[in-house]
Ligand binder design. Structure first.
Ligand code: PLP
Length: 365
């Protein structure tokens, strides 16, 4: 029996092979590999899709976070506040930008930053609050935005997992001062390598990101802003992303449908986090159980792949350990020992979905 993969990117690339080859052949003939028409086209199309004025395509999602944090940080401040349960991307980006990181704990039901705990950590040193819409679920922003504004801090949405999710206010990525995206191949909108983007409604933030992403240049060869880097998306990636963006809403609906089938078949000892409705992109099918190792062994026996997003909270990452030794985030720590991700991607077959459902039903804690 074949195994059920967590993800299998070859299914989509095979289905789109002819279109991708045609698009890439045209890029090869054009001789334009960077800063060309696909980058401009993708930036405009993503801005329209998300509902923002500006998009700057960049090299990857972590660079997008670093650039957005640098662009948003008010003068005289140096702290980024974020959650510790989302893979440490924002922490890595903030520290690389030279800022300090502080954490707030999460709401154990949603796995999102808990607005009350954010309020208790906010201070006049905090310049940027990064809200990660984890697993694809749009986190509540209203209170965090109001509290951040009250102390002069700005809010950044990390939408690497939530592109396409929407609230009545608009899509994820249009709900705060700026937002970042990753098009890493396994994201809901994936490239054939690394790619990312920053989006914002704010002309000044956009100008800073655009400048910083290319050496600090405003025009060619003139460095007007210190702290620039080189982080460009290339035309070959943008060409693929333009083929795929129109399909994203349907793909996300399929992901949500798969997750709701798992939820319907989960035993009492396994809670599948809900991913219903437009407020969720269905990025990951995450379940929570106190019997994780036995549950994963049960999946293994049935040749069903699983993974953990994420096993180590940011403040316990070995490289940061010294900095956060005294930080305690009970919910983030507890849930990092309980979460487990099940296979979900739009090309997952009905028989494979059924095998995962059957494994859930037969798990006897
Ligand atoms: C994938 C991911 C990133 C980083 O994106 P890269 O393109 O791999 O740098 C950042 N934040 C979250 C929440 C992610 O899932």
């Amino acid at each position: 029996m074949d195994s059920v993969p967590l993800n299998d990117l070859s299914r989509l690339t095979e289905a789109q092979r002819a279109e991708i080859v045609r698009a890439h052949a045209a890029v090869l003939s054009s001789g334009q590999f960077l800063n060309g028409p696909h980058i401009a086209g993708f930036a405009a199309e993503l801005a329209r899709f998300v509902g923002v004025r500006h998009v700057q395509p960049v090299g990857n999602g972590t660079d997008a976070l670093e650039l957005a944090i640098r662009a948003l940080m008010p003068a005289g401040r140096n702290v980024v506040l974020t959650c510790a349960n989302a893979g440490a991307y924002a922490s890595v980006a903030a520290r690389r930008a030279g800022f300090e990181v502080c954490f707030a704990d999460i709401d154990p039901t949603t796995h999102c930053l808990d607005p009350e705990r954010v309020r208790s950590v906010l201070s006049e040193q905090v310049g940027v609050v990064v809200v990660t819409h984890l697993y694809g679920r749009v986190c509540p922003l209203e209170e965090i935005r109001a509290d951040a504004r009250a102390v002069g801090a700005r809010v950044l949405e990390d939408c690497a997992q939530s592109l396409g999710a929407a609230t009545c206010e608009g899509r994820a990525g249009s709900l705060a001062d700026a937002s970042t995206f990753s098009f890493y191949p396994t994201k809901n909108l994936g490239a054939l390598g690394d790619a990312g983007a920053v989006a914002t409604q704010d002309d000044e933030v956009f100008d800073r990101v655009r400048t910083l992403h290319q050496y600090g240049w405003r025009g060619k060869y003139t460095i007007e802003v210190e702290g620039g880097q080189n982080s460009r998306m290339d035309e070959l990636q943008a060409a693929v992303l333009r083929l795929r963006l129109p399909l994203l809403d349907d793909w996300n609906a399929t992901r949500r449908e798969i997750i709701s089938q798992y939820a319907a078949r989960a035993p009492r000892s396994v809670r599948v986090l809900p991913a219903e409705g437009p407020g969720h992109s269905g990025h990951l099918a995450v379940a929570e159980t106190e019997h994780r190792s036995r549950f994963r062994a049960h999946l293994d026996q049935r040749r069903i792949h699983s993974d953990v997003h994420y096993p180590t909270p940011d403040h316990r990452q070995p490289a940061f350990a010294g900095a956060f030794a005294r930080v305690s985030l009970p919910e983030s720590e507890r849930l990092s020992g309980r979460v487990v991700s099940l296979p979900v991607f739009p090309q997952l077959r009905a028989d494979e979905i059924d095998r995962v459902g059957e494994a859930l039903e037969t798990f006897d804690s």
